[in-house]
Ligand binder design. Structure first.
Ligand SMILES: [Zn+2]
Length: 175
């Protein structure tokens, strides 16, 4: 069992809620409810801890990564550790999808569900790959926003509620 702590950090796409144990991250996402109506990006907003709960301090690697992702992406370093109890949670298909996305689809790139299915070695499983992508608990870090539709449409994000966020992130990565 993991002992979990959590923090809320400011960011250009609004406050992020981040939970972690000593082994690594458990989840990261925009605080709810951020949706297309309430999304007001601020590209100058720095990464600052707003509040924390629990005994463990937020991993420095996570703060550093977020800072470089938003403010100095040419210097992006290794992604923060992800807790093996989450990423390997008795579902090797899902883990394979998340790791493939993490390791192969880099800043400024996009892929499609079909291409990702092929990359994971499951050419005909685009739909199942889509399901795994939507279950991603590591927003930004496992870059589900880089998965777009094969017709070039950006597709949905955060259950259709966050398409403006996806659009902003993809644009941010094209600068
Ligand atoms: Zn853990």
């Amino acid at each position: 069992m993991c002992e979990i702590s959590s923090s809320i950090c400011s960011s250009p796409i609004g406050d992020l809620t981040i939970s972690y144990c000593r082994k690594g991250l458990h989840s990261i996402s925009q605080i709810s409810p951020i949706n297309d109506q309430s999304f007001i990006p601020d590209e100058k907003q720095t990464i600052e801890i707003q509040s924390s709960s629990g005994k463990i301090p937020i991993p420095e690697s996570c703060l550093n990564w977020l800072h470089t992702y938003f403010h100095s992406p040419n210097h992006l370093t290794k992604t923060p550790e992800l807790c093996p109890n989450i990423i390997s949670k008795n579902d090797s298909f899902q883990e394979n999808v998340w790791r493939t996305l993490l390791n192969n689809v880099h800043f400024g790139q996009t892929t499609t569900y079909g291409q990702l299915a092929e990359l994971t070695g499951n050419k005909n499983a685009a739909r199942a790959v889509g399901t795994a992508v939507h279950r991603n608990p590591f927003q930004l870090i496992v870059p589900c926003h880089r998965v777009i539709r094969s017709n070039g449409d950006i597709g949905n994000y955060a259950g259709k509620e966050g398409n403006n966020v996806k659009h902003w992130l993809l644009k941010h990565e094209q600068k």
